[in-house]
Design a protein around this ligand. Structure first.
Ligand SMILES: Cc1cc2nc3c(=O)[nH]c(=O)nc-3n(C[C@H](O)[C@H](O)[C@H](O)COP(=O)(O)OP(=O)(O)OC[C@H]3O[C@@H](n4cnc5c(N)ncnc54)[C@H](O)[C@@H]3O)c2cc1C
Length: 350
């Protein structure tokens, strides 16, 4: 049984169903929504999706642009990536899971777990193998620890669509660094710009909320301010609280496989959270089929995510402080190969 039909849960469902199992996915959303996510799919994630038989269309990104204050630089990505909405990705993955033979029950909100006994609103289940893929949302009984004194908050707004905006940002993933946070911007398939922020709670509180923060950082990073001109006054701002960046576990209890963000959370500026989700789903599915224990799987996954999460955490720590963020931009300008190297070493191996 798989809890959650995001990239991790869906990848596991496809893998298990293709091997002849009939996994059941419980997904709380009745309609596939647009999860808070930058939508940057790396070349490695795209290859993983290809192996799963999942096709997506989006806006190609071939370079990374880095901004801090009035400084900026650009560098090529090792290989082309894609900006894709989560609505498109999650829909395509769940369709593929069902086509392969998985059962997907939508609108089932699992409320808590007691080991492998789980309780949804009107039902209770026991699972021989429980694949926990609830992602950004913790499940009572299996929640991740709360670590940071000043946790990161994820925010997302859409810019445009507008031809002038597309011209400005097409072909790139942009990272705008500001005091205690960053904003990532990439075009997606419908021509809108997906602007996702990870910001420390202290900064958000000081600003007086998300709308005021956007105004502040638009002044702090003028290039970002220019792009925020395409933010409609009534555009919704989606938020997710307390993202435990850097957390990773090699431990689990009997029969419980922790996948995706429930196994480890890579700082999102690396654009590899979905890569880890896909890799973990495939690894768990393949492992379960050959009788690998949940504990052995968890250690294997933690081994693969150690380096990308450690390096991305170090980059985030530098990017969140104005002094070191400016130094990062300067360094990347002097050595554009560094960005490409960082982009490579923050990928998870599949
Ligand atoms: C601000 C921000 C920007 C990001 N940008 C990027 C990026 O550009 N590229 C990238 O690769 N990664 C990015 N990430 C990370 C990425 O979003 C996650 O790593 C990835 O979504 C994890 O996939 P998942 O399947 O583990 O979980 P999720 O994508 O969170 O999916 C979990 C699923 O489980 C369902 N669910 C949750 N709770 C329950 C429940 N109790 N019962 C039933 N169903 C439930 C949810 O509805 C959802 O469908 C970003 C993250 C943040 C916070």
């Amino acid at each position: 049984m798989i809890l959650g039909g995001g990239p991790a849960g869906a990848a596991a469902a496809i893998t298990l169903a293709r091997a002849g199992a009939r996994p059941l996915v419980l997904e709380r959303q009745r309609e596939t929504g647009d999860a808070i996510c930058g939508g940057f799919l790396s070349w490695r994630s795209l290859a993983a999706l290809g192996r799963l038989g999942v096709e997506v269309a989006g806006a190609e990104a071939r370079e990374v642009r880095l901004f801090s204050g009035t400084r900026s630089t650009r560098a090529p990505l090792p290989e082309p990536a894609l900006g894709v909405s989560r609505r498109q990705l999650d829909s395509a993955m769940l369709r593929q899971a069902e086509a392969a033979g998985a059962m997907v029950e939508r609108g089932v909100h699992v409320r808590e777990a007691d080991g492998r006994h789980i309780r949804a609103d009107n039902e209770a289940f026991w699972a021989e193998r429980l694949l926990l893929a609830t992602g950004k949302h913790d499940l009572r009984g299996l929640a991740r620890p709360k670590l940071a004194a000043d946790p990161a908050v994820g925010l997302r707004v859409r810019l445009g669509p507008a031809t002038a905006l597309s011209k400005l940002i097409e072909g790139a993933i942009e990272l705008h660094l500001f005091d205690r946070g960053y904003a990532g911007l990439v075009l997606q398939e419908d021509g809108t710009g997906n602007l996702c922020l990870a910001v420390r709670k202290s900064r958000l509180n000081e600003a007086g909320g998300p709308a005021a923060l956007l105004q502040e950082i638009g002044r702090e990073v003028p290039a970002l301010g220019e792009r925020l001109a395409w933010l409609a006054a009534d555009a919704p701002i989606d938020a997710i609280a307390a993202v435990p960046y850097g957390w990773r576990t090699a431990e689990t209890s009997g029969g419980i496989y922790r996948l995706g963000d429930q196994a480890g959370v890579i700082p999102s500026l690396a654009g590899e959270g979905m890569g880890i989700a896909l890799a973990s789903g495939v690894m768990a599915g393949e492992g379960a089929i050959r009788g690998e224990t949940a504990q052995a799987f968890q250690r294997r996954l933690a081994g693969r995510t150690r380096r990308p999460i450690a390096i991305a955490s170090a980059v985030l720590a530098a990017a969140e402080r104005p002094g070191s963020a400016a130094a990062l931009v300067k360094l990347m300008r002097l050595a554009p190969g560094l960005a490409s190297l960082l982009a490579r070493v923050t990928r998870v191996s599949h």
